[in-house]
Design a protein around this ligand. Structure first.
Ligand SMILES: Nc1ncnc2c1ncn2[C@@H]1O[C@H](COP(=O)(O)OP(=O)(O)OP(=O)(O)O)[C@@H](O)[C@H]1O
Ligand SMILES: [Mg+2]
Length: 265
């Protein structure tokens, strides 16, 4: 199978008045269609930088990004067609307070000029899937933090992208809400067949959700491991009791801990 996203020899330097920061050095990654892959690693190792480059929010300093067979041009923005294939979910949902829940969800459709009835119906389906149909006409101030986070998730995928990038979307939530949203995300992933790149600091979350995990180190940001996560049964919260679950978490924690230790020494 061909990867849907290939990153080759990717480098990124941020040039500020005081210094040049090598955020990424020779990063190579592949994502296959329909995979859910997490990226973990210490703060500042360049996780957000990677998905911002795939989403064309910023351009790489070197290397190539290929999505669906198209190589990104480092001088030009990606095409409208490509933009519609990509979805991006931020850590903080930033809902517009003057719009209702449904209007917040359908805003990307307006921006991308996809405001037909089929997309509108999909927005309603998504609201239903996250159990918030009854709140469609409420305003953000009238809903909880967990609900806002759910809205942020479906807003990032209302235009039916092939690829969804999630930058620590559940980082600010309590454990129980996070687990609930992890299960909802697994449902969404199964039903849509999207390729998902999921950034997290939480190793348990990465093991529960992912088929593969990239581990990164910083200074400069680089990939140190590519770990396959395999379980026999379905991905449910029961997995937490599977000895393999703890073994994967330990393996990842040891790797990240070692990276952090190396950076201190
Ligand atoms: N706009 C910018 N200007 C200058 N430096 C930046 C900029 N954005 C990121 N950096 C630097 O690039 C490096 C990678 O940042 P990035 O945000 O990608 O890391 P991260 O792995 O997502 O970290 P975190 O886990 O804290 O979110 C860091 O050293 C950061 O300080
Ligand atoms: Mg980040």
């Amino acid at each position: 199978m061909q990867p849907i996203i290939t990153l080759e020899h990717l480098g990124k330097q941020y040039i500020t008045k005081r210094q040049t920061i090598t955020a990424l050095d020779d990063v190579n990654m592949r994502f296959y269609p329909g995979e859910l892959v997490s990226i973990v690693g210490p703060s500042g190792c360049g996780k957000s930088t990677i998905i911002r480059m795939i989403d064309d929010i910023i351009k790489p300093s070197s290397g190539t990004i290929t999505v669906n067979g198209t190589v990104y041009d480092n001088q030009k923005p990606i095409s409208r067609d490509m933009i519609r294939r990509l979805g991006f979910i931020f850590q903080i949902p930033n809902l517009y307070p003057w719009l209702t829940v449904r209007q917040n969800v359908t805003l990307p459709l307006e921006i991308m000029e996809l405001n037909d009835s089929a997309h509108g119906e999909y927005a309603d389906q998504l609201l239903n899937m996250i159990h918030l149909s009854d709140y469609a006409n409420s305003y953000p101030r009238e809903i909880s933090g967990g609900m806002s986070q759910r809205i942020g998730v479906i807003r990032g995928m209302v235009h039916q992208p092939d690829i969804l990038m999630m930058d620590e979307p559940f980082g600010a939530l309590d454990d129980e809400t996070r687990e609930q949203l992890n299960l909802e995300l697994l449902n969404i992933w199964r039903e849509t067949g999207m390729t998902i790149i999921f950034i997290t600091h939480n190793v348990e979350e990465a093991v529960l959700l992912s088929q593969r995990v990239y581990v990164m180190a910083s200074h400069p940001g680089r990939v140190t491991a590519d770990i396959k996560i395999e379980f026999d049964g379905p991905r449910t919260l029961d997995l937490i009791n599977d000895p393999k679950f703890a073994a994967y978490c330990n393996q990842l924690e040891t790797m990240i801990g070692k990276i952090e230790l190396d950076q201190i020494v």
